[in-house]
Ligand binder design. Structure first.
Ligand code: SAM
Length: 272
């Protein structure tokens, strides 16, 4: 298990480092993002700068969040502060809202987030970023194809789960295209995909208590083989589900996002 030497940098497995090296794929991703001069954008995990270079070229200025100190040193050497603001540290703990300070009262959320995300933290980073949705215009990420398929999955499919419901509740999502392992150095073992996420307007969300929605969805998918009657017992009984037109004998994977919101609101109504 040797780390892989790329451009004089030893790719670190623990930071999920697979660097994009195919210029056609890089161009396709940047074209998909369509960066416009002056936009407020942050890249998670710039690495050796495969996307950073063309992004700065089009935007003028870019923010990045990077955890690897060797890569951070390279970024400081390569770019001026007028081109790049480097936020050193863990993207899982980074306050993305801080980039929007002083932005209120404008034309709506402006922050755009992009990144070829470290695959070892893909699910936690998506949940972390969902917390900043009201400050974000859109997000475009490269992730393992398997994770992207779960994000965009429809009810009744095997891939449909907690990640699908919680992200689709908050974002309009689309899979743009797949990227094969050969586009990276070192090559990962799996296929990747590009996904675009655009936050839905707040008035479309509908859950009166989002934390409760999160708990209900986690319970419904915690034991996938069990029926809603069993998994949601602590939240709602058979009669409550039936009143919403939901068969208590179904499994969690059959319900739409709207049906989960309806359950959460029925429970919130009873509690409050
Ligand atoms: N964007 C580059 C590219 O496309 O070639 C690098 C992508 S590489 C898959 C992931 C990058 O995220 C690496 O630069 C890695 O050091 C960085 N990274 C890993 N974990 C991180 C974390 N928790 N917070 C911020 N950056 C992280």
């Amino acid at each position: 298990m040797h780390d892989f030497d790329t451009d004089g940098h030893r790719a670190r497995k623990r930071f999920g480092q697979n660097f994009l090296s195919d210029p056609n794929i890089i161009r396709k991703i940047i074209d998909g993002i369509r960066p416009q001069p002056g936009e407020l954008m942050v890249e998670i995990g710039p690495g050796l700068g495969a996307m950073t270079d063309p992004l700065i070229e089009r935007l003028g200025h870019l923010h990045v969040v990077e955890i690897d100190r060797d890569l951070i040193a390279r970024l400081h050497e390569r770019y001026t502060p007028a081109q790049l603001t480097v936020h050193e540290g863990d993207a899982l703990k980074f306050d993305f809202g801080s980039l929007c300070a002083g932005e209120e009262g404008g034309v709506g959320p402006r922050l755009r987030i992009v990144g070829n995300l470290p695959y070892n933290i893909s699910t936690p980073i998506l949940f972390h970023l969902a917390g900043f949705a009201d400050q974000v215009k859109d997000m475009t990420f490269m992730l393992q194809k398997e994770v992207v398929m779960r994000m965009v999955a429809e009810p009744g499919t095997e891939e449909y789960g907690r990640l699908s419901v919680m992200l689709q509740y908050r974002f309009r999502m689309g899979r743009l295209f797949d990227v094969p392992p050969g586009a990276f150095r070192p090559a990962p073992k799996v296929m990747s995909s590009i996904v675009r996420m655009a936050p839905l307007p707040a008035e479309q969300l509908g859950a009166r208590d989002e934390a409760l929605l999160g708990r209900i969805v986690a319970a419904a998918f915690g034991q996938r083989r069990k029926t809603l009657r069993n998994t949601l017992r602590e939240f709602i009984d058979d009669a409550g589900l039936q009143a919403l037109g939901i068969d208590p004998g179904l499994r969690g994977e059959k319900l739409s996002v709207e049906q989960y919101v309806a359950i959460a609101n029925a429970c919130a109504g009873r509690e409050g």
